[in-house]
Design a binder for this molecule. Structure first.
Ligand code: AMP
Length: 289
């Protein structure tokens, strides 16, 4: 794999591969199997794979979270060198290289960045859109791979790409979980061993609520999910919403669920100072799920 830090070098390398399929996997490093599953998907579907590692300051609404974000470049390089081939690229730019000369994109997100993560992390998705737009401009990928773990981000990237890079196909990849069900995340490294084990509660709670009965009300499902998390004492739910995967509109009643639409239960949970997110598809009596 070639490790490059300049946009111009990435572009020059890729220009040699005219007609080949370029796959792109953006990450913030501290890689785990979830990230590697995206890299594998790109390797399976594309001729050349570009992976980026960049801890993007503009998407952190909390400076403390940015400072404490795990970084492990040597280990990341080692993990990727086992997967990437000679022609593949690991792009590791610094902040100046990414943002110098940026024209902030005028992407319309409507309601998509106002709810859930957008509500509790104001400006987060504007930062994500800014950096992904810059990377897409450099890499011009045919396919870009994102995890369903960041469900709202995936929905927003689809909306962005349809406006700014309509020829890039956005591929959503399944959530990889630890053996106890906890969704893999770079932030899990900041959990104590005990809390990391107990965090299976998030997955179990989503799973046990994911097939509501026609007689359940959305409020009762929400209350039940939040009280299951909060009553443990170790965790505190920030929000739980059931939304569709196109407009991210919260479902207000079970009878509103439309056939042919996919609904996801989305949750953010504090485990001490560590903020975790997860989601799961919910199947309602009228949906195929
Ligand atoms: P991050 O480094 O956290 O920005 O994540 C980079 C990419 O990896 C994003 O598209 C994430 O959705 C994806 N990702 C993170 N965790 C997982 C996971 N557990 N399973 C699948 N994809 C993941």
């Amino acid at each position: 794999m070639r490790i490059l830090s300049k946009r111009i070098d990435v572009r020059a390398s890729l220009d040699k591969y005219k007609g080949m399929n370029i796959g792109f996997v953006p990450t913030m490093g501290a890689l785990h199997e979830g990230h590697l599953s995206l890299v594998r998907a790109s390797k399976e579907n594309c001729d050349i794979t570009v992976v980026s590692i960049f801890v993007n300051p503009t998407q952190f609404n909390n400076p403390d979270d940015l400072m404490r974000y795990p970084r492990n470049e040597a280990r990341d390089r080692e993990m990727l060198s086992n997967l990437l081939g000679d022609e593949d690229i690991l792009f590791m730019p610094d902040e100046k290289e990414v943002y110098e000369g940026e024209i902030i994109p005028d992407v319309s997100l409507g309601n998509l960045d106002q709810v859930m993560e957008g509500k509790f992390r104001p400006g987060h998705f504007r930062g994500v859109v800014r950096v992904v737009k810059i990377f897409f401009d450099v890499v011009k990928p045919d396919m870009a791979f994102f995890g369903q773990k960041d469900f709202q981000q995936l929905t927003i990237i689809r909306a962005m790409a349809s406006q700014t890079h309509p020829t890039t196909e956005i591929i959503g990849c399944p959530i990889l979980r630890e053996p106890n069900g906890l969704a893999m995340s770079s932030r899990n490294e900041r959990l104590s061993k005990d809390i990391r084990q107990k965090a299976s509660l998030i997955y179990e709670t989503l799973r046990s609520h994911s097939a509501p009965a026609i007689t359940d009300s959305i409020d009762s499902i929400k209350n039940s999910v939040i009280s299951a998390i909060d009553s443990s004492g170790d965790f505190k739910a920030e929000y739980f919403e059931i939304v569709d995967d196109v407009e991210l509109t919260s479902l207000m009643s079970v009878s509103e669920a439309l056939p042919g639409r996919n609904y996801y239960g989305c949750i953010a949970v504090y485990a001490g100072g560590v903020r975790l997110i997860d989601n799961m598809q919910f199947s309602f009596p009228v949906t195929k799920g």
